[in-house]
Structures are given as structure tokens and as C-alpha cells.
Design a protein around this ligand. Structure first.
Ligand code: IMP
Ligand code: MG
Length: 200
């Protein structure tokens, strides 16, 4: 690691560009989980996480859903993989649904969990592909939504209550979100700023 890379890593970890604090994210995750408890009180569901970014949000939700006193339906957990970003540029999307067990989808209620709704390309395509597997229903849930970034080309039907936070259209990292694979482990959401202070 070069000196510049090292100081950049430190700068991101000491981040002054905090967009959402750990505390506020924790509180909101518990609210989003509460709503799932309400909605799926009488019907079990399959939670499908979008790797890699959604892994932290999925675990946060599961932590709240795993209290048997509060939620006693069994949850199936599945994953798909999506890739679109190189650096801070949204590019061609690559989806991998091979790892998804179709038996966990067909006839079942599906909650599709991603880290962020940006242009909508990822969730639009995923919803379409999962619908072909004939789920009983499909509900996208995201931790973040970037204001004003959704494209008419990729409509995604999402209930405002299934969105953790609406944020300004900045490139953010932390809580599962990355810049070229880095900073997923930050426990808060920070604006990504390059090593020379340039915005993401
Ligand atoms: P979309 O397909 O344009 O909606 O973008 C969604 C995907 O792009 C998400 O699953 C994220 O992995 C990634 N993404 C979008 N915006 C950001 C960001 O600000 N930081 C990190 N990843 C992002
Ligand atoms: Mg992603």
C-alpha cells in the first residue's frame, strides 16, 4: 500500500463526510424489520439478498427477525449476485441468479433486499427475473435510495416504507456499500472522497 493509499484509508475511517450515523441506521433497520414482521406475521417469506452490498443490511434485518418472541415464522435465506459499478461509474450490469434455489421462490413470498436503489437498473432486472420463477409476491426493500436518480427506463415499484433512507445523489460507502470493493466494513454511511479530496 502506498503512503497516499494508507492516508486515504485512514481519512475514510476517520470520515468527516458522515451521511448517516451508525445510531440512526441501527434505529431505522429495526423499524424496517418491524414492518416486515407486521406484513409477514401470518405468512413465511424468503429473504433474497443482493450480494455483495446488501450483506450487512440483510444481517441487520435478520437480527431483528430472529427474536422468536417477536417473529415466529420460518425465514428462508437466499442470495443473488449483481455487479454494476467500476469506481463511481455505473456501467453494464451483471446478474448471477444461478446461486438462487428456485424452490425457495416458486409460490413463496419474496422480500428482495438490496443496499441502494440508484438508477433502478439492478432491482428492475432482478424483479423481472425473479417474477419468472413465479413467486406468490415480491417486495423490494432497500437501505438507501438516491433522490432523483431513478430512470424511467428501469421502473421499480417500491413502497416508501420499504426504504431505509432517502439520500442526496452522492457516491457513498459503508454498511456494505463499497468503492471498488473497499469500505464495506464502515459501520456508518460516508460520502466517498478520493485520496486527493476529489468527490466520488
Ligand atoms: P442501480 O442498478 O443503478 O440502481 O444501482 C444499484 C447498485 O449499484 C447497488 O446494488 C450498489 O451496489 C451500487 N451502487 C449504487 N450507488 C452506489 C453508491 O453510492 N455507493 C456504492 N454502491 C452504489
Ligand atoms: Mg449492489
Amino acid at each position: 500500500m502506498t503512503k497516499l493509499q494508507k492516508s486515504h484509508l485512514k481519512q475514510m475511517h476517520d470520515s468527516k463526510g458522515v451521511v448517516l450515523s451508525q445510531k440512526s441506521i441501527d434505529a431505522r433497520c429495526s423499524k424496517v424489520a418491524d414492518r416486515l414482521i407486521e406484513l409477514y406475521r401470518d405468512v413465511p417469506f424468503t429473504l433474497v439478498g443482493v450480494l455483495n452490498g446488501a450483506v450487512v443490511f440483510v444481517t441487520d434485518l435478520l437480527r431483528h427477525l430472529s427474536n422468536i418472541e417477536r417473529y415466529d415464522q420460518p425465514i428462508e435465506l437466499e442470495f443473488v449476485r449483481a455487479r454494476s459499478y467500476v469506481g463511481t461509474n455505473s456501467g453494464e450490469i451483471g446478474l448471477n441468479l444461478k446461486i438462487l434455489d428456485r424452490k425457495a421462490i416458486e409460490g413463496r413470498h419474496v422480500v428482495l433486499v438490496d443496499d441502494i436503489l440508484d438508477t433502478g437498473k439492478t432491482l428492475h432486472h432482478l424483479v423481472r427475473e425473479i417474477r419468472e420463477m413465479k413467486p406468490a409476491s415480491i417486495r423490494p426493500v432497500v437501505l438507501l435510495r438516491k433522490n432523483g436518480m431513478q430512470s424511467d427506463e428501469y421502473p421499480v415499484e417500491i413502497d416508501p416504507d420499504d426504504i431505509g433512507f432517502q439520500i442526496e445523489p452522492k457516491f457513498v460507502v459503508g454498511r456494505g456499500l463499497d468503492y471498488n470493493g473497499l469500505y464495506r466494513n464502515l459501520t456508518w454511511i460516508a460520502e466517498y472522497v478520493g485520496p486527493r479530496g476529489e468527490p466520488g
